[in-house]
Design a protein around this ligand. Structure first.
Ligand SMILES: O=P(O)(O)OC[C@H]1O[C@](O)(CO)[C@@H](O)[C@@H]1O
Length: 246
């Protein structure tokens, strides 16, 4: 795992966007694995700015998202589909029909298998963007998740529901389940870019940097099994590690 230490969220977002942009320029039909949550918002802002200023094109790019809440209509403003439209899809020239998310309204085993088959049919993910949960979740793979599964339905932990309640009216409105790419799916990506910002991620980052084997109690540790992982984290997120700014 390569760790890049940056000053703050803005520098993290710029560096992450630069890596994505380089791939899009080098491979205009690349498959991008995308993430939601607070952390990647700045990265999408940078990519949109670059598209508007420099014309970087997404015409032939395909994207697949990590996860979606179960039971939430894509039209619901709290869906990850709506998040992606709001932060990225509606502001670049990525054609409709070239972006995919798990379907929160069809959580059947068949639908999950179809999502993995779709990713395979696109040729696999070139670059998977990841955030990290305070408890070490990646995608919505909570502690205790199998480290080999494909896309599947998960029960969200109360800590994740509370962390994400800021987007909902109240904790009662936060779904209890989600559909997520499994860690098996994530590890198939050719490259993984994990971003982390802020003190609330310091504990998780501290554990991740020290991890030397995959342990299902801390799902992000599965990244130790992948040969091409880059972590971009700011000083606050790295405050419990010995990694210092380059
Ligand atoms: O960036 P945030 O909002 O802290 O979320 C961290 C992670 O949690 C999730 O939103 C799921 O809870 C992931 O999609 C994300 O990577």
């Amino acid at each position: 795992m390569k760790i890049v230490s940056v000053t703050d969220n803005q520098e993290m977002s710029k560096k992450a966007a630069e890596i994505i942009r380089e791939l899009v320029l080098r491979k205009p039909d690349a498959v991008l694995g995308l993430a939601t949550g607070g952390t990647p918002e700045g990265t999408y802002q940078q990519l949109v700015k670059d598209h508007q200023e420099n014309g970087t094109s997404y015409r032939s790019i395909r994207t697949v998202n990590l996860d979606e809440y179960a039971g939430i209509d894509p039209k619901d403003p709290n869906s990850y589909y709506a998040y992606m439209k709001q932060h990225f899809f509606d502001h670049v020239d990525l054609p409709d029909g070239q972006y995919f998310l798990p379907n929160g309204l069809d959580t059947s085993k068949e639908a999950c298998m179809r999502y993995d088959a779709l990713i395979d049919s696109l040729g696999g993910v070139d670059l998977q963007l990841l955030g990290i949960g305070r408890n070490g979740h990646i995608g919505f793979n909570e502690p205790g998740s199998s480290l080999t599964l494909g896309t599947h339905v998960v029960k969200l932990t109360e800590s994740t529901r509370h962390a994400n309640a800021r987007y909902f009216g109240s904790i009662e409105d936060v779904p209890t389940e989600a559909v997520t790419m499994g860690i098996g799916t994530i590890l198939k990506s050719r490259k993984i870019l994990l971003i982390a910002s802020g003190e609330e991620k310091a504990d998780a980052l501290g554990k991740l940097v020290l991890a030397n084997r995959a342990d299902s109690r801390f799902p992000a540790s599965a990244l130790t099994q992948h040969k091409n992982v880059i972590i971009i984290a700011d000083e606050a997120a790295l405050s419990q590690t010995k990694v210092s700014k380059d």
